[in-house]
Design a protein around this ligand. Structure first.
Ligand SMILES: Cc1cc2nc3c(=O)[nH]c(=O)nc-3n(C[C@H](O)[C@H](O)[C@H](O)COP(=O)(O)OP(=O)(O)OC[C@H]3O[C@@H](n4cnc5c(N)ncnc54)[C@H](O)[C@@H]3O)c2cc1C
Length: 267
């Protein structure tokens, strides 16, 4: 059971940062992950008064505050137009609407969970995270960073023209994913992200330039085979490493077929 002694609605990020340097205090998002833990907390630090529940169009960038919920991401017209509804696809299987009304993007990304649909999606968007102490770092860097006593303030998505497709495989509709796959194309480069491996999501590039000339059935198959060989996969109760390798090929092929289809229809 989670036991909380004090609750503070901080009035500044500095106040939150000072409080969270004590390991017995904890930043809270929607508390959906935290509440499942067996732990005693001195002070729960709530960021809800800091205006971080907004998705803002900043011209060349979209800023997503850490307290934005998964449901806001799912419904946001700007983000969904930019991602051709891939963002909606990435969160829509997470438990249910009431859950997504509470779960925050800050809580979803800061833990860098091995099962995360959200991390897979934002890696494919080549996003940045703003940490209060650590400053702005690319999400690629953030995934590899060791956990720290910092605060995730916002996520920054640069509006680079892109195509992106998100797919996941689940044993049942709202379970944790067995595998996640997001493929984006930005500035002629393909970004392939495989998550729920069951390790945290990883980005793989087209190192052999298999997709350079065209998205033909042959090049798509070759790329899917290449990634399936290179990606590190493991086993857990949801699936074996072999099954995940098979799924990797299937999801990559489907994602690239969809990308090609959308391209041909001018989306
Ligand atoms: C039953 C269940 C099923 C789930 N299924 C999926 C799924 O299929 N796919 C998926 O992607 N996710 C899934 N999740 C994860 C979920 O979507 C959220 O990511 C998770 O609940 C954390 O979000 P939260 O806002 O509730 O964070 P909290 O539980 O409040 O916090 C989680 C952690 O993040 C820290 N934290 C929160 N906000 C910040 C911040 N701004 N800065 C620094 N640290 C912060 C907290 O201190 C805590 O350590 C599932 C979770 C549960 C409980």
């Amino acid at each position: 059971m989670l036991d909380i002694k004090n609750y503070v609605r901080v009035q500044s990020l500095q106040e939150a940062y000072d409080l969270c340097q004590n390991r017995r205090n904890v930043i809270i998002g929607g508390m959906l992950w935290l509440k499942m833990q067996n732990r005693s907390v001195d002070t729960a630090i709530d960021l809800c008064d800091l205006g971080l529940n907004q998705i803002e169009d900043k011209g060349d960038e979209i800023h997503i505050g850490a307290m934005v919920t998964l449901r806001q991401l799912e419904l946001d017209p700007l983000l969904n137009e930019y991602t051709h509804h891939a963002l909606k696809e990435s969160v829509k299987h997470i438990v249910g609407v009431q859950f997504r009304n509470l779960a925050t993007i800050g809580g979803s990304l800061f833990g860098r969970y091995g099962f995360s649909d959200v991390l897979t999606m934002f890696l494919a968007l080549d996003a940045y995270v703003e940490l209060y102490h650590g400053g702005i770092v690319s999400i690629r860097e953030f995934v590899e960073m060791r956990p720290s006593l910092d605060i995730l303030v916002r996520i920054i998505v640069k509006k680079t023209p892109m195509q992106v497709v998100y797919l996941s495989q689940r044993n049942t509709q709202t379970d944790f994913p067995v595998l996640t796959c997001a493929i984006s194309k930005m500035n002629q480069d393909y970004y392939c992200v495989i998550g729920a491996r069951p390790l945290k999501a990883t980005l793989l590039l087209d190192e052999k330039h298999l997709l350079d000339s065209s998205l033909s059935d042959e090049s798509i198959l070759a790329f899917a085979d290449d990634i399936a060989q290179r990606v590190t996969l493991g086993s857990n109760l949801r699936g074996s490493a072999d099954y995940r390798r098979h799924l990797t090929k299937v999801l990559i092929k489907r994602a690239l077929w969809q990308l090609r289809e959308e391209h041909n229809h001018g989306n």
